[in-house]
Design a protein around this ligand. Structure first.
Ligand SMILES: Cc1cc2nc3c(=O)[nH]c(=O)nc-3n(C[C@H](O)[C@H](O)[C@H](O)COP(=O)(O)O)c2cc1C
Ligand code: SF4
Ligand code: SF4
Length: 254
């Protein structure tokens, strides 16, 4: 068993770690951008695939990862997990349907509410205490789900036709344009000092340093990792100003 994940601000990584620490503490967790991810999938029968919900859809990078490696999924048992700020409808179902098309057997789905990751929007922003409560509740849910999985009673969240309708009409239909490809809209302000942190950590290798400043290409998967960690708060995407650098590790402080 292995866990493959995309995580921009740390929520999804935390949730997958928590779940698998109970389901199978020997399971290896691999970030989706790791070059060895595909080889590891080939060698394992059961895959836990986790990613953040984006506009009730799968981040484009994850979708492309599934499609580009369509030959590796046949016969694999896949559990899909998504984390979300509020609502995802069929956040797991979107990847599950694609995986099924390539021959995977979907064994379950879990959709976990976590703090919102959109650092440059005031919408959905919560106090530190509220975010800490959300994380505590998520941990309880994950423990419960892990115990169910261990007794071969897999949660099926986001996989039903009702969830499909909720995701489609609740959000995806109106925002489909946002996740149908990579974003070209990342903005880097003059506050950038060229420290290179963003370029080092981007899962898409979408950023580089040129003449002492960060420069973005046109392959951003909107994970918000760079935006949430830039020491100068110089990066924005959907909004115009960084409101709060959302990071799972930050919410853990007392
Ligand atoms: C571009 C973008 C779109 C998002 N869309 C949704 C959404 O449709 N519904 C939702 O509940 N949360 C949404 N979120 C919030 C994230 O899914 C949520 O914060 C997630 O836990 C982040 O996980 P991560 O820290 O692993 O990146 C969105 C976040 C981003 C960055
Ligand atoms: S992390 Fe921020 S300051 Fe550092 S290079 Fe990137 S944009 Fe510039
Ligand atoms: S440019 Fe930033 S938001 Fe876009 S994929 Fe890279 S780290 Fe994520």
């Amino acid at each position: 068993m292995i866990g493959i994940y995309l995580s921009g601000t740390g929520n999804t990584k935390h949730c997958l770690e928590k779940l698998l620490s109970i389901v199978d503490s020997t399971a290896e967790l691999i970030p989706i951008e790791n070059k060895e991810a595909i080889e590891k999938i080939k060698k394992n029968d059961t895959i836990y695939l986790a990613y953040p919900t984006q506009f009730s859809n799968v981040p484009f990078m994850v979708k492309e990862f599934i499609q580009k490696n369509s030959e590796v999924w046949r016969g694999k048992k896949v559990f899909c997990m998504t984390t979300m700020g509020l609502f995802s409808g069929d956040g797991t179902g979107c990847a599950a349907r694609l995986l099924k098309k390539y021959g995977a057997v979907i064994i379950g789905g879990l959709q976990v509410k976590m703090p919102d990751a959109v650092c440059d929007s005031k919408m959905l922003k919560k106090t530190l205490e509220e975010n800490q409560r959300i994380i505590r509740e998520a941990d309880i849910r994950l423990e419960k789900a892990a115990k169910e999985i261990k007794s071969v009673n897999y949660p099926k969240e986001g996989l039903s036709i009702f969830a499909h309708m909720a995701g489609l009409f609740g959000q995806r239909l109106w925002f489909y344009g946002k996740t149908k490809g990579y974003s070209k809209k990342l903005k880097i302000s003059d506050a950038c000092t060229g420290c290179g942190l963003c370029a080092k950590n981007c899962p898409m290798e979408n950023l580089r340093i040129e003449n002492g400043k960060a420069v973005s290409s046109e392959k951003c998967t909107m994970c918000y990792r760079c935006i949430s960690s830039c020491p100068k708060q110089a990066i924005t995407l959907l909004g115009k100003q960084v409101v709060e650098q959302c990071r799972y590790s930050y919410y853990l402080r007392e």
